[in-house]
Ligand binder design. Structure first.
Ligand code: HXC
Length: 510
């Protein structure tokens, strides 16, 4: 018996050794941790339970019959993060470059299936040379099996991808279909075709980092939600982030005790909005002052920064914040901002996370490039996302809510539950200057008359009371009481039940 146990230990040790000390050293030399070291940081101490440790590939071509390494390039199982269950897979670059074989894919699929059955999130740590070249089409089939599960799990359990090394070719489409992507700076990249192919096909010369590094994807493309400095920072950020997420679409939001009083007043908010209506102010300040303990986890901070999205808590329960940002492009809605916020709103709705929206928006961005690139369809995404969302929706208009953007930003008409305005709110079809130029064009040559008309227009519309008189605003609130109002509102809305008409699924403008 002792001998048998010793054999098991030896087999385990063999699997844990991965591709051996030389390859582990090479991994470390690149500033990267190994698959198992990463899981040790991501998960609570001693919580990881590994499965399928002895799985080997089934290939024999190209000398593969002689090269078998237990685990086959991916470490899978489950563990906890701050006590909450999570299923994980971590690709092991030291074993066949973390490349995906049929059996490697089977291991990932197994934990995804289990996660969906039990209702727990999946976190994938990606570090892979892509399809296992020696296996050919069997590997492509493996990818497609994973893709299919990404689709089925979408909206059922949260899926997070950490990209911590190479991720290229069709392999990028698994992370792309998950809910959130975190990348490591100067160590990870994602592209459909690499720099060499790009050069051959289009003649463009571009480095790996510029084409698909963490910097590019967290600023220009918006593919990544966060770019972290190194493996450790990425894993620790994921732990913090995980605490905000519900376990599944049926679990409800996590709740944790807080010492921050729900009725905390913030007098400083009374002077947040500057006197001049074209002067910017930082909308993050409002979010941070409203959220429990100022704890706000912002996503995509450097992409489409004219809109801010992220998670916070009110009375210990997760809420999704969406806010126009006056410091960037005056908080205008453009293609990227619409897409960024729409996907976030849909995530919140899918997982029963209430949405708090702060509005200061001068409208949609005019321009040939915006129109030619489809602002109509992309702007409609955000409108659609808010309109279909059935979770509690609380909206606070702090200043401008002009034109179509007023409607889009979780207005009363899109089934906003509580629509508040600060006394500084201006709810109108457009700003006074533009409006007067159009409706009093005949007075254009008379600056005095124009100034008078502008004053008249401002007096009539540059306030929240016209909208409030129509019931489009439920209450005009003191800025300092915003947290108290939101907390009270969310408490009252906990029992909200609202269903959309039966349908197979909707047809959001893609
Ligand atoms: C099998 C692979 C592999 C792969 C790497 N290795 N990629 N084995 N299939 N796809 C092995 C190497 O042979 C090597 O084995 C070890 O992993 C480490 O690789 P290195 O090249 O030494 O590492 P590095 O210099 O860091 O370069 C990493 C790399 C490079 C840039 C990822 O390995 C590379 O270009 N690999 C091929 C990438 C690729 O073309 N994949 C197929 C893409 S198509 P030893 O034994 O020497 O340690 C695809 C389609 C998916 O993925 C479609 C889904 C629909």
């Amino acid at each position: 018996m002792i001998e048998i146990l010793a054999k098991l230990e030896a087999k385990r040790a063999e699997a844990r050794a991965g591709g051996g000390p030389r390859r582990v050293e090479a991994q470390h030399a690149k500033g990267r941790l190994t698959a198992r070291e990463r899981l040790e940081i991501l998960l609570d101490e001693d919580s990881f339970e590994e499965l399928d440790m002895y799985v080997e590939h089934n290939a024999s071509d190209f000398g593969m019959a002689e090269q078998r390494i237990p685990g086959d390039g991916v470490v899978t199982g489950s563990g906890t993060i701050n006590g909450r269950l999570v299923f994980v897979f971590s690709q092991d670059f030291t074993v066949f470059g973390g490349s995906l074989s049929e059996r490697h894919a089977g291991k990932i699929c197994k934990i995804m299936d289990t996660a969906m059955r039990v209702g727990a999130p999946v976190i994938g740590l990606n570090d892979s040379g892509g399809a296992r070249i020696q296996e050919g089409v069997a590997s492509l089939g493996g990818y497609a099996e994973v893709f299919q599960r990404n689709v089925l799990a979408s909206g059922v359990v949260p899926q997070i991808s950490l990209v911590m090394g190479p991720c290229a070719g069709g392999a990028v489409y698994s992370p792309a279909m998950t809910d959130f992507i975190f990348m490591v700076k100067h160590s990870s990249y994602m592209f459909v075709t690499g720099p060499d192919v790009v050069k051959t096909v289009t003649g463009e010369k571009v480095s790996q980092e510029d084409l698909g590094g963490a910097g590019t994807h967290s600023t220009r493309s918006g593919v990544a939600d966060m770019a972290l400095e190194n493996d450790v920072e990425a894993l620790l950020a994921t732990r913090d982030f995980f605490d905000f997420l519900p376990a599944s679409n049926r679990s409800g939001v996590p709740e944790r005790p807080t010492l921050d009083p729900a009725d905390r007043l913030e007098p400083s908010l009374d002077t947040l909005v500057p006197a001049a209506s074209n002067q910017p102010y930082d909308m993050r300040e409002l979010i941070v002052k409203v959220a429990d303990e100022g704890d706000f986890f912002e996503l995509q901070p450097n992409h489409a920064a004219n809109i801010v999205i992220g998670f916070g808590r009110i009375e210990g329960r997760t809420v999704g914040f969406v806010a126009n940002q006056p410091t960037v492009l005056a908080g205008v809605l453009d293609i990227n901002a619409s897409k960024k916020a729409a996907r976030f709103v849909r995530f919140c709705d899918a997982f029963e996370i209430p949405i708090v929206t702060f509005v200061d928006v001068p409208g949609f961005l005019p321009g040939v490039a915006q129109e030619h690139n489809g602002i109509i369809k992309h702007g409609a995404k955000l409108l659609f996302a808010y309109g279909e969302a059935t979770v509690p929706k609380i909206t606070v208009i702090t200043r401008k809510a002009y034109g179509g953007a007023y409607d889009v930003m979780a207005s009363k008409h899109l089934r906003g539950d509580l629509n508040y305005a600060w006394p500084t709110a201006e709810i109108a079809v457009m700003g006074a200057k533009g409006a007067v130029e159009i409706i009093f064009r005949k007075d254009a040559g008379d600056p005095e008359k124009i100034a008078e008309r502008t004053r008249e227009y401002e007096e009539r519309f540059a306030n929240p009371f016209v909208a409030a008189s129509m019931g489009f605003i439920d209450e005009v609130i003191m800025p300092h009481s915003t947290r108290r109002r939101i907390a009270l509102g969310l408490r009252k809305l906990r029992g909200k039940r609202l269903e959309n008409p039966w349908k197979k699924h909707d047809n959001i403008p893609l």
